[in-house]
Ligand binder design. Structure first.
Ligand code: HPA
Length: 248
C-alpha cells in the first residue's frame, strides 16, 4: 500500500459508485485487520485536491446497509492517509424542507441501528475508548461543505438530525412518526456506525445527505416507489462532484 496525503476521502452511497471528474486515477485494494473494505479505493485529483473514493455498497450495490464492513472501510481510508472523510448518504425526508432532491449537511444523529460492529474497541485486546460524540460531525468539515455548495451555487440545507435505521427495509409510518417526535429530520440506513468509527480514528467526518424520497407517510403517496427513489437520487447525485470540486 502507498500511503499518501489524501485531502478528502469520499464514501459513496446508493447511486454513487465512482467520482466523475477524478483525474490521474490510482486504484488500491486493501486488506485490514477488520476485513476487506466494500470496494477498491480509487485515488485521484479534482480541482487541485487529492481525493480517495470508496463505494460503500460495493461497485455493484451487493452489500446491504447492515452488512457493510464499516470498520474496514474507515480503517483503510485512515491507513491510506485520509485527512477527512465525507459520507454521501441517500436519505428519506421527514422535515417539511427536506423534499426529494434536497441536499443537506446534517449536524446531529440519532442511532436506531442494532447488531452492527460499531467500535474498534470490539476487537480482541483493544483498549476501550469512550469518545466524545456530542457533535457527531466535524464542524469545520461541515462548514467547508456548506461553503463549497455556495460556491457551486447548489442550495443546501444547513443542519438537521439524521436518524440511522437498520434497513434494508424502509420504515413503517409509525416508525417515522416516532422518529419525527424524537427530532429526526432525515432517515437513512448507513450514517451509523460510519460517523462514530471516524471519530474513534480522529478523522474529521461529515455527511452530504441526498434526499431520495419522502420518508414513509410524509409525502402524498401511499407507498414509496423505488423507481421514484432512483430518479430523485440521480438528480441529487449530479450535484455531488460539483460541490466536492469547490472544497477548499
Ligand atoms: N428510509 C431509510 N433510508 C433511506 C430512505 C428512507 O426512506 N430513502 C433513502 N434511504
Amino acid at each position: 500500500m502507498t500511503r499518501e496525503r489524501i485531502d478528502y476521502a469520499v464514501i459513496g452511497g446508493t447511486g454513487l459508485y465512482r467520482l466523475p471528474g477524478l483525474e490521474g486515477l490510482r486504484k488500491q485494494t486493501l486488506a485490514t485487520p477488520y476485513g476487506v473494505p466494500s470496494s477498491e479505493i480509487v485515488c485521484g485529483s479534482l480541482h487541485g485536491r487529492t481525493f480517495a473514493f470508496l463505494a460503500r455498497h460495493g461497485e455493484t450495490h451487493a452489500i446491504a446497509p447492515h452488512r457493510v464492513n464499516y470498520r474496514a472501510n474507515l480503517f483503510a481510508l485512515h491507513e491510506l492517509g485520509a485527512r477527512a472523510v465525507i459520507g454521501i448518504n441517500a436519505v428519506g425526508g421527514i422535515r417539511e424542507d427536506m423534499a426529494p432532491r434536497t441536499v443537506a449537511v446534517p449536524d446531529q444523529i440519532i442511532d436506531y441501528t442494532h447488531g452492527r460492529l460499531s467500535s474498534f474497541s470490539d476487537a480482541e485486546g483493544a483498549t476501550v475508548r469512550h469518545v466524545d460524540f456530542t457533535e457527531p460531525y466535524a464542524p469545520e468539515l461541515r462548514a467547508a461543505l456548506i461553503e463549497a455548495s455556495a460556491r457551486a451555487k447548489v442550495p443546501v440545507v444547513d443542519g438537521g438530525c439524521y436518524g440511522a435505521t437498520q434497513g434494508p427495509r424502509l420504515e413503517t409510518r409509525a416508525e417515522i412518526v416516532r422518529m419525527r417526535r424524537d427530532g429526526c429530520d432525515l432517515v437513512g440506513m448507513t450514517g451509523m456506525p460510519e460517523a462514530v468509527l471516524a471519530r474513534e480514528l480522529e478523522l474529521p467526518y461529515a455527511c452530504l445527505a441526498l434526499v431520495a424520497n419522502w420518508a414513509a407517510g410524509c409525502g402524498e403517496d401511499e407507498e414509496i416507489s423505488l423507481q421514484e427513489i432512483f430518479a430523485h437520487l440521480e438528480a441529487a447525485t449530479a450535484h455531488v462532484p460539483i460541490i466536492l470540486s469547490r472544497l477548499p
